[in-house]
Design a protein around this ligand. Structure first.
Ligand SMILES: NC(=O)c1ccc[n+]([C@@H]2O[C@H](COP(=O)([O-])OP(=O)(O)OC[C@H]3O[C@@H](n4cnc5c(N)ncnc54)[C@H](O)[C@@H]3O)[C@@H](O)[C@H]2O)c1
Length: 244
C-alpha cells in the first residue's frame, strides 16, 4: 500500500530538482501526479517515463488563468487535486544597491504570486474532496537573513507568512498548509550562486554537506500524506542543522 494512495497531486516546478524528486516519490507512493512546469521538454519526458501515474501540464505559476487550466487538467485526468506542492521558484542574488527592480519583481511574480494563486486555485476542489494538503517550499531565507538575497528573501518570508495565514483560514475545510525551509540543496538552482556564496553557506551547515533533492521530497511526502493529519501551519526546516 502506498502512502499517497488515492491522492491527486500537483507539483509545480516538477520538471527538475526538488520538484522532480517529489514527483517521482509521490508517484511511487501511489499518487497520481500532475507535473507542472514551464520547462515542457523535461516535464513531458518525466511524465512519459512515469506512465499512467503522471501527466505533464505546461504552466507558468505567475499567471492566474493558467492555474485554472492546471486544476481543470488535473481534475479531468485524475480527479480533483488533494495535494499541492508549491515548489516552483527562481533565485537571484545581488547586493541591495545593485539589485534591480526588474529582478525583484520577477522573483515576486514566480515565488510569491505563484504560491498565492496556487493556494487560491485549489481551495474549491480540496474543499469538495473533504480536505487536502498544501506544501509550500519556502527556504532558510524565509526564516532568517541571508546576505545578497534581499529580493529572494522577501518572497520566501512571504511564503512563510502565507503558509501561516492559509493554515489558519483553511483549517475549517480540513485543508492543511505547511512550509518546508530547505537549506543548501544540490539542484541546478545553485548555478546562480557564486562558488564563494555556496562555500560560505556550507560552512554554516552543521552536517557539513548539501542536501539531496530526495531528502526534501521525503519531508514533502510526509506533509502531503495523512500521516501528518494533525499538522498545519508548521514551518519545517530541512537544512542540515543550519537553524540550530
Ligand atoms: N536548491 C536550493 O538550495 C534551495 C534552497 C532553499 C529553497 N529552495 C527552493 O526550492 C524550490 C525548488 O528549487 P530547486 O532547487 O529544485 O531549483 P530548480 O531550479 O532545479 O527547479 C525549479 C523549477 O521551477 C521551475 N519554474 C521556474 N519558474 C517557473 C514558473 N514561472 N512556473 C512554473 N515553473 C517554474 C523551473 O523550470 C524548474 O523546473 C524553489 O522554490 C527554491 O526557491 C531551493
Amino acid at each position: 500500500m502506498g502512502r499517497l494512495d488515492g491522492k491527486v497531486a500537483i507539483v509545480t516546478g516538477g520538471a527538475r530538482g526538488q520538484g522532480e524528486a517529489e514527483v517521482r516519490l509521490f508517484a511511487a507512493e501511489g499518487a497520481k501526479v500532475v507535473v507542472s512546469d514551464v520547462r515542457a521538454d523535461l516535464g513531458q519526458a518525466l511524465a512519459d517515463e512515469l506512465g499512467d501515474s503522471a501527466a505533464f501540464f505546461r504552466h507558468d505559476v505567475s499567471q492566474e488563468e493558467e492555474w485554472d487550466a492546471a486544476v481543470a487538467f488535473a481534475t479531468e485526468r485524475f480527479g480533483p487535486p488533494t495535494v499541492l506542492v508549491n515548489n516552483a521558484g527562481i533565485a537571484h542574488g545581488a547586493p541591495i544597491a545593485q539589485h534591480s527592480l526588474e529582478d525583484f519583481e520577477r522573483l515576486v511574480a514566480v515565488n510569491q504570486v505563484g504560491v498565492f494563486l496556487g493556494t487560491k486555485a485549489v481551495i474549491a476542489p480540496m474543499t469538495a474532496a473533504g480536505g487536502g494538503s498544501i506544501v509550500n517550499i519556502s527556504s532558510g531565507a524565509g526564516l532568517r537573513a541571508t546576505k545578497y538575497l534581499i529580493g529572494y528573501a522577501a518572497t520566501k518570508y512571504a511564503v512563510t507568512g502565507m503558509t501561516a495565514c492559509a493554515a489558519l483560514e483553511l483549517a475549517r475545510h480540513n485543508i492543511r498548509v505547511n512550509s518546508i525551509h530547505p537549506g543548501l540543496v544540490d539542484t541546478p538552482m545553485l548555478g546562480s550562486n557564486t562558488p564563494e556564496m555556496t562555500a560560505g553557506m556550507l560552512k554554516g551547515t552543521p552536517l557539513r554537506r548539501m542536501g539531496e533533492p530526495m531528502e526534501i521530497a521525503r519531508v514533502a511526502l510526509f506533509l502531503a500524506s495523512d500521516e501528518a493529519s494533525y499538522m498545519t501551519g508548521a514551518h519545517v526546516p530541512v537544512d542540515g542543522g543550519v537553524t540550530v
